[in-house]
Design a protein around this ligand. Structure first.
Ligand SMILES: Cc1ncc(COP(=O)(O)O)c(C=O)c1O
Length: 405
């Protein structure tokens, strides 16, 4: 059978992630990789999870049983109190547990996007969000933060592709890939724009707990609730995750939103995978309850040192004409190269010469622009490796500039 001829049209937009393909090349010996962007496994609370799984199984076969699509109630109760600490008042009815926040992005795409509708995203934005939304055949338009683009402009562009603006998606804290944070004014601007467009805001909070310095900015959902009173009046849908703090492999995340959204998401989850793994939710709950703050404080200390090491090494080794972000948290530094250099070409050259790996920036742009940028991750590298890697990257860029001159 020629399967390809029978695939649905939406599949044509599905492409292999440039990052995953790249990671396959990076197992060669001698490569210093800053490409991954995954948490350091040395920081996982393995002992606490060992105990939590034992406890969950002890005389409790329910840990291995089917469970409700909304998610494990004690975990949702823990999230209610965690959200309250971040300025959001909600109840367990406003929360659904997902299999990682990636599943929330897929479901929200499915919930809102008909073919031709528009999703507003950053230029650049999280590649996994573009992939998740892409399956629902939307158009993408650039979300301008702190800009002065009028709502009518977004609307007329959306009408031209036969749909409406359905949501603005953003990661306001230490975004992947830039590491940048949207300030309070920017967040309020996004809410104002969403009010004018009458569309949802999807707040991706995957990195929110990983702040290393500077004052925290309230989540967009908290700012909106302060304006409108009840979570039921809010258009912001908050996607949280335990992946960057406790464990990505257990695949536990959550959505917080007004109940009509949660009700639809629960129906969607019933149809898709019934529920997230029961025992994983129980284990996450036990570990979170037993010392989330203390654990995350330890994780932050390690990543803060790595972030500092990377910024210092960039200062020391980058040639003139290269710029980079100074993230207050998260895992990434975003480097803008001189306009004539291309990140993908640079990586190809690097694998032959300096053997330092990073992600070319183009993949993070819905329109394929941004060729002269690269993403560096400091999460899995110690300070010595960071210094050596940035020295190599500096030499690589310098040589490429000379080659272009
Ligand atoms: C911005 C952002 N959102 C969501 C995710 C998905 O994470 P998870 O599904 O593990 O919660 C990631 C993973 O890298 C991410 O960087």
């Amino acid at each position: 059978m020629r399967f390809e001829e029978n695939f649905a049209t939406r599949v044509s937009r599905q492409k292999a992630s440039e990052i995953r393909e790249l990671l396959k090349l990076l197992d060669q010996p001698g490569i210093l990789s800053f490409a991954g962007g995954i948490p350091d496994p040395a920081l996982f609370p393995t002992q606490a999870f060992g105990q939590a799984f034992t406890d969950a199984l002890e005389g409790n076969a329910q840990a291995l049983q089917y469970s409700v699509s909304e998610g494990y109630l004690p975990l949702r109760e823990w999230i209610v109190s965690e959200m309250a600490r971040n300025g959001v008042t909600c109840s367990v009815d406003n929360i659904m547990i997902t299999s990682g926040s990636q599943q929330a992005l897929d479901y929200l795409g499915k919930l809102f996007l008909s073919p031709g509708d528009t999703a507003l995203v950053g230029w650049p934005t999280y590649l996994g969000a573009l992939a998740a939304f892409n399956a629902y055949e939307p158009a993408f338009d650039q979300l301008s933060i702190n800009g002065n683009r009028a709502a009518e402009d977004y609307q007329s562009k959306a009408a031209a592709t036969g749909g409406q603006v359905k949501f603005a998606y953003l990661s306001a804290d230490f975004a992947n890939p830039t590491g940048e944070t949207v300030d309070r004014q920017g967040r309020e601007g996004v809410l104002q724009l969403a009010d004018a467009l009458d569309c949802a805001v999807i707040e991706d909070a995957a990195y929110q707990s990983l702040r290393y310095d500077g004052a925290p900015v309230p989540p967009i959902l908290a700012l909106e609730q302060a304006q409108k009173g009840s979570i039921e009046a809010c258009r912001t849908i908050y996607c949280g995750s335990f992946s960057k703090t406790l464990s990505p492999g257990l695949r536990v995340g959550w959505v917080v939103a007004a109940t009509p959204v949660i009700k639809q998401l629960v129906l969607m989850k019933q149809a898709a995978d019934l529920h997230s793994a029961t025992i994983n939710q129980m284990a996450i709950h036990r570990v979170a309850e037993g010392g989330f703050d203390a654990h995350v404080a330890g994780v932050r200390d390690v990543y803060r040192r790595r972030r500092d090491a990377m910024l210092q090494a960039l200062d020391r080794f980058m040639p003139k004409g290269v710029q980079w972000t100074k993230p207050e948290g998260g895992m990434f530094v975003w480097v803008t190269l001189p306009a004539e250099l291309d990140g993908a070409d640079l990586l190809a050259r690097s694998l032959q010469t300096e053997k330092v790996a990073f992600v070319p920036g183009r993949a993070f742009f819905a329109d394929g622009s941004g060729g002269n940028s690269i993403r560096l991750s400091f999460s899995c590298a110690d300070e010595t490796m960071i210094a050596e890697g940035m020295a190599r990257l500096g030499r690589l860029i310098t040589a490429a500039k000379v080659g272009q001159a």
